[in-house]
Write a protein that binds this ligand. Structure first.
Ligand code: PMP
Ligand code: GLN
Length: 411
């Protein structure tokens, strides 16, 4: 977590956004929308601020928001929650995930995640002192799929927690009920808790449907479910998240959360309570518009020579840049040849996606994120995905068209 000279290492997202600003590149790296969410939700926050919602809200979150989260889980998934004891409002999903991992795990415990994984999951495990064990999610004809045999090997007597993320960042995979059942079986066998990150729950395409693992038989009693308003309503900067599940687990998370932030987002909480209750039409519109933008980016990446398939969910397309990198036995690589490539320290016959991603803004005017940033350094999965990049399509159409046009110069 700490870089050279004791300085905080910037996250890959911050690094790529800075590079995009420096070079004037279209920023398809960091996943945040360049259009704010619905104005009626923003106005609800403005009104709340005018009416005096400016001091500490209750540590568990305002009752209206906890009730709205419970109502949302009931309406969409048939999950019954007691908003008094089984729902906790947090500073984004990030705080919910970190507080849960710190509350439930420590040195000697193993925490299993998928790999690639969202960066904050690994950082929180490192902070807790637990051992991080991973299960690959690898590309195949049906997109990136869970290696269920590796899952069965990874989950054992020392496993305290299994962290799931569906729809999955960075791969865009929506885990199937059968895959989730394998996770549930493993958790039950090992008597482990499941922590599920469902921030992209509403952003699914082509009829793919999100299944919360808490809805599988026997799982509600051992699952903590996390989501947030950032992705669902396009207000990532408000940092309103929540976690729900059995009251004794929620109490443990609260014990940590109260000393991380205690509480926050006073005027945003009532606005998101309304959004969760009345915003289903806005969610459907966002999903449709994202689906169109996804098509634009996938087609553009393919035209530019990447191998890419349409993701079932999230903000992201993963693309294999190997055809553009050349490498052993191939023709000279358009981007990676020459002194620049040497300076970047390319390995594996020029299939270094991290170096490619760092060059892309300067050379082609587009920023992205290498998939290796979501892997353990040097892991087998990191090697397998070394030439893969993640591009976001949560940008307006003109930005996406510009990016696609620029990428065509690579072909
Ligand atoms: N989990 C995943 C998988 C994410 O992609 C993100 C970032 N958008 C988060 C958690 C963090 O969410 P929040 O901004 O609500 O903290
Ligand atoms: N979740 C966003 C992404 O995956 C980034 C959030 C952040 O910058 N930490 O791009």
């Amino acid at each position: 977590l700490i870089g050279p000279g004791g300085r905080a290492r910037p996250t890959i997202f911050a690094e790529m956004t800075a590079l995009a600003h420096e070079t004037g590149a279209a920023n398809l790296g960091q996943g945040f929308p360049d259009e704010d969410g619905p104005s009626w939700i923003r106005e609800a926050a403005e009104r709340a601020m005018r009416l005096g919602a400016n001091q500490y809200p209750p540590g568990r979150g305002i009752p209206e928001l906890r009730a709205a989260v419970a109502g949302h889980q009931r309406r969409h998934y048939g999950i019954e929650l007691d908003p008094e004891r089984e729902v906790l409002v947090t500073a984004g999903a990030t705080e919910a995930l970190t507080a849960a991992i710190l509350a439930l795990t420590g040195p000697g415990d193993e925490v299993v995640t998928l790999e690639p994984f969202y960066d904050s999951h690994a950082a929180a495990i490192a902070m807790s002192g637990a051992t991080h064990v991973t299960v690959p999610l690898l590309p195949g004809p049906d997109g990136f799929r869970l290696d269920t045999e590796a899952l069965d090997t990874a989950v054992g007597a020392r496993t305290r927690l299994i962290v799931v993320n569906t729809p999955h960042n960075p791969t865009g995979t929506v885990l199937t009920p059968a895959e989730l059942q394998r996770v549930a079986d493993a958790a039950q066998r090992a008597d482990a808790i499941v922590l599920t990150d469902e921030v992209y729950e509403h952003l699914t395409f082509d009829g793919a449907r999100h299944t919360p693992i808490a809805t599988l038989p026997g799982m509600a009693a051992r699952t903590l479910t996390v989501s947030s308003a950032g992705k669902t309503f396009s207000f990532t900067g408000w940092k309103i998240g929540w976690i729900s599940g059995p009251s004794e687990l929620i109490e443990a998370v609260l014990a940590i959360k109260q000393f991380l932030t205690y509480s926050g987002g006073a005027p945003f909480q009532p606005a998101i309570a309304r959004a969760l209750t009345e915003g289903d039409r806005d969610i459907a519109e966002l999903r449709d518009s994202l689906s169109r933008r996804r098509g634009l980016l996938v087609d553009g990446l393919r035209d530019a020579g990447f191998e890419a398939s349409a993701p079932q969910g999230t903000y992201f397309v993963c693309a294999d840049a190997a055809p553009l990198m050349g490498g052993a036995g191939a023709d000279a690589a358009p981007l990676m040849g020459g002194a620049g490539a040497d300076a970047a320290g390319l390995a594996g016959g020029g299939r270094d996606g991290a170096a490619f991603a760092r060059e892309l803004p300067g050379r082609a005017g587009v920023a992205c994120v290498p998939l290796s940033a979501f892997c353990r350094p040097g892991s087998a999965t990191s090697e397998t995905l070394s030439s893969w990049l993640r591009f976001t399509f949560v940008k307006d159409e003109p930005t996406l068209r510009t990016a696609v046009e620029r990428l065509r110069s690579l072909a």
